[in-house]
Design a protein around this ligand. Structure first.
Ligand code: ZN
Length: 409
């Protein structure tokens, strides 16, 4: 498929209508890399066509980030300036729709000091967290991707048409073709995912049991009454339905933090802050990661799991069948937005309070008290092996097959 302007317009329209679902009169905060200004302009236009009141753009740059990390001191980079906080505070008050167009070079930070990177990320996240908590659930947002040269070259090294190939894959995963109506197709896709989530919610499983020949042998308790979520969410301020991730294939919930046992074996590498952790497993006891083993990136994985109190506990379990179009693409995107939609995964770190029936009325601390994990990080890792089986365990101890051989039973 050759990527032409018409397809890009279709994609921009999908991001704005199906993704963030801009309503007449809403303000939009768009974040995009400087080199994606042409696509960002198409998204802006789509916002205005949908009736946006104003579109503000935050331009980002891998190059700028890298140079700052290379030359500026940790303390300088860690300090959040008053205007940055004021901007977040303004967002807490205005609750704009937020659109993030990502296109990062997965290797932009690869040659930098990983300790400096994680220290700075951690201190900034700590200052920003109260603002993030204050807008969580209250505004519509979407993350979608726009391939950059560097990113494409990482996925398809030494290939002349790397960018075209990555665009092709992105379009496939967001269900855009020359001849289709992606907005209608997404309606059906979201309905399918929501039906699966509704089935899981009706079962009322007390726990999940994971098994695979690769060594995964794991049980995790679920929070009684917590919901399984999928594709879409509703803005709690105005009830507008939006789909925060394009693509999305997952049905997920936050498990009971601190209540899991056993080992999870990753089936795909994990890319974190431009660094790769490969062939790894994490073992949990009494709900906490007590050991991990990685053929590559051992030290980084240990650091992630020690990042704060909640970093060693699970914040998410997600079900994705192996037939997912992301998995069908057959390569690693080096980008969680795609890679986490390839197969079943779990995440250490922050959970989602929205999964609790009255979650949007709870503070993060209250949700934490009810079993939803909290942390400055949320790191997904893929465990969806070809032979993965998952059973739902009912409160009476009986098992119901959910997944067999990596897909819905
Ligand atoms: Zn997920």
């Amino acid at each position: 498929m050759t990527i032409n302007r018409r397809l890009l317009e279709k994609y921009a329209e999908l991001i704005v209508r199906t993704g963030v679902n801009v309503q007449p009169g809403q303000t939009v905060q768009l974040t995009a890399a400087v080199e994606q200004h042409e696509f960002a302009a198409l998204v802006m236009e789509a916002c205005y066509r949908a009736g946006a009141r104003k579109v503000n753009v935050d331009w980002t740059s891998d190059v700028q980030n890298r140079l700052n990390f290379l030359y500026a001191d940790s303390e300088v980079l860690s300090s959040v300036l008053p205007w940055e906080e004021a901007k977040m505070q303004q967002m807490v008050e205005d609750l704009p729709c937020r659109i993030f167009i990502i296109s990062d070079d997965p290797d932009a930070m690869a040659d930098l000091d990983p300790h400096k990177l994680s220290d700075v990320t951690q201190s900034r996240a700590r200052v920003m967290k109260p603002y993030r908590n204050a807008i969580e659930g209250k505004h519509q947002w979407v993350i979608a991707a726009c391939p950059s040269m560097k990113w494409a070259e990482k996925c398809f090294p030494d290939t002349a048409d790397a960018v075209e190939r990555l665009w092709d894959a992105v379009m496939k995963t967001v269900r855009i073709r020359e001849d289709n109506d992606p907005v209608a197709e997404w309606k059906a896709h979201a309905a399918f995912l929501e039906e699966k989530a509704a089935w899981l919610n009706r079962q009322g499983f007390a726990s999940l049991r994971y098994r695979s020949a690769n060594g995964t042998d794991f049980t995790v308790e679920l929070i009684p009454g917590a919901k399984w979520e999928s594709a879409g969410a509703k803005n709690t301020e105005n009830g507008v339905y939006y789909i925060p991730n394009l693509p999305t294939e997952e049905i997920f919930t936050s498990p009971y933090a601190g209540k899991c046992e056993g080992t999870l074996v990753a089936v795909k590498p994990l890319s974190w802050n431009s660094q790769i952790i490969e062939s790894f497993s994490i073992t949990f006891e009494k709900g906490r990661a007590v050991s991990c083993r990685a053929e590559k990136g051992q030290e980084l994985l240990e650091r992630i799991l020690r990042m704060d109190e909640g970093a060693s506990m699970l914040g998410e379990v997600a079900l994705v069948p192996k037939e997912s179009p992301v998995n069908q693409c057959g390569f690693l995107f080096y980008e969680t937005l795609f890679d986490e939609n390839a197969c079943c995964h779990c995440a250490v770190g922050m959970g989602f309070k929205e999964v609790l029936p009255d979650g949007d009325r709870l503070t993060v601390e209250q949700a934490q008290h009810r079993g939803v994990n909290d942390s400055v990080i949320h790191v997904d890792f893929m465990i969806g092996e070809e032979d993965l089986s998952i059973d739902g365990i009912l409160p009476d101890g009986s098992a119901v097959p959910i997944f067999r051989n990596g897909t819905w039973a």
